[in-house]
Design a protein around this ligand. Structure first.
Ligand SMILES: NC(=O)c1ccc[n+]([C@@H]2O[C@H](COP(=O)([O-])OP(=O)(O)OC[C@H]3O[C@@H](n4cnc5c(N)ncnc54)[C@H](O)[C@@H]3O)[C@@H](O)[C@H]2O)c1
Length: 332
């Protein structure tokens, strides 16, 4: 692959984009970023070319990618029935079609995928999910859309040989997300919502205003649930590994933590480090899952370092620093 110098990025103001942009700048790339929201982007926009636009607008993507060597497509909308076809599906199509018509100009096109495409905890997954596991989205428009986005990519790859790499992120944790998720006090982040599972006196007290506890999610029989997430720094590392990686082209890769965690271990860490009591919650129809990272490790050279303890430690440090949580558009 010829050296990549200029990268076009969508979703620069998003959770991943605003953290990836500084790393790309540090690595010396010149960036053009598509911004959709009216506010100023949450990164140093003096160092990048910011253009305003909306995904799925016909005929504009050719101008967006003009003089670019690579595309990193991160922008999308989540559970928005009225918007996802235009933003996610037509948006991906317009970008790929512009890359196709630009001839050999684009050397790498990175598509943000998601493990939602494999159904994860909504469906039984009794063995590690690898990249060959068939698309099988869980209900809703988000996972459906991630399957459709990848399918468009696969066809542009097969039909026209476009240099496409798909990075399938697990649920991304930055800032103090893991504490917002796994403690019962506000703020709350992600699924499940503990107050919706509270039936015993102990559980109801734990979710009452002014109370806090480390939540241990269990199956109805009492076995702690297992989940595989990823820390934001490992996501950024995965993206950086992919950009100029010839061997990555044409493949999809799982981007997740070095190993899955179980909620008893997570609740134990929070108990030990923050002295919160542990309260068990039980959820029906939650299926344990974990991803197989062999392919990402061997082809991408992906080396994630954030296990669950490091994720908890980083979240505690974030809280101690007094920084405020960023606005979260989609809790995951
Ligand atoms: N955050 C996660 O847990 C997670 C997990 C797996 C996969 N992903 C995928 O990674 C990518 C980035 O995720 P994120 O969490 O950073 O997203 P985010 O929701 O934080 O940001 C989305 C970005 O898309 C932009 N956008 C929305 N609608 C647009 C439109 N119509 N036109 C142009 N831009 C538009 C927003 O302005 C924003 O910059 C997405 O494709 C997402 O599906 C994220």
């Amino acid at each position: 692959m010829d050296k990549i110098k200029n990268i076009f990025i969508t979703g620069g103001s998003g959770k991943i984009g605003r953290n990836l942009i500084p790393e790309l700048l540090k690595a010396g790339y010149k960036l053009r970023v598509l911004e959709f929201e009216p506010e100023d982007p949450p990164y140093d926009f003096n160092q990048v070319e910011v253009i305003r636009g909306e995904l799925g607008t016909p005929g504009v993507a050719a101008e967006w990618i003009k003089d670019m060597d690579a595309v990193i497509h991160l922008a999308n909308v989540k559970e928005r029935r009225g918007l996802f076809l235009k933003a996610n599906i037509q948006g991906t199509f317009e970008l790929l079609d512009a890359c196709l018509h630009a001839g050999k100009q684009i050397k790498q096109y990175i598509q943000a995928g998601s493990d939602a495409r494999a159904g994860i905890y909504f469906n039984p997954r009794p063995y590690p999910i690898d990249e060959n596991f068939p698309h099988s989205a869980y209900p809703g428009y988000y996972a459906f859309s991630k399957v459709l986005e990848e399918t468009i990519c696969e066809q542009y790859r097969y039909q026209y040989g476009l240099p496409i790499t798909v990075l399938r992120f697990s649920w991304v944790h930055g800032e103090d997300d893991i504490l917002a998720h796994a403690t019962t006090a506000e703020p709350h982040f992600g699924i499940p919502v503990w107050s919706e599972l509270a039936v015993t006196q102990e559980q109801k007290l734990a979710v009452a205003p002014g109370h806090d506890a480390a939540a241990c999610l269990c199956h109805p029989g009492g076995k702690p649930c297992m989940r595989h997430i990823v820390a934001l720094p490992d996501v950024i590392h995965g993206c950086m590994q992919a950009i100029e990686n010839d061997a990555a082209i044409g493949h999809a890769f799982a981007i997740c933590a070095p190993s899955p965690f179980t909620y008893d271990v997570l609740a134990g860490l929070i108990h030990q480090k923050l002295d919160l009591p542990i309260v068990k919650f039980h959820m029906e129809n939650y299926y344990d899952f974990q991803h197989d990272l062999s392919k990402s490790r061997s082809i991408l050279g992906y080396r994630p370092t954030y296990d669950i303890e490091k994720i908890v430690d980083a979240a505690i440090a974030y809280r101690m620093s007094g920084q405020k949580r960023s606005l979260c558009k989609y809790p995951g």
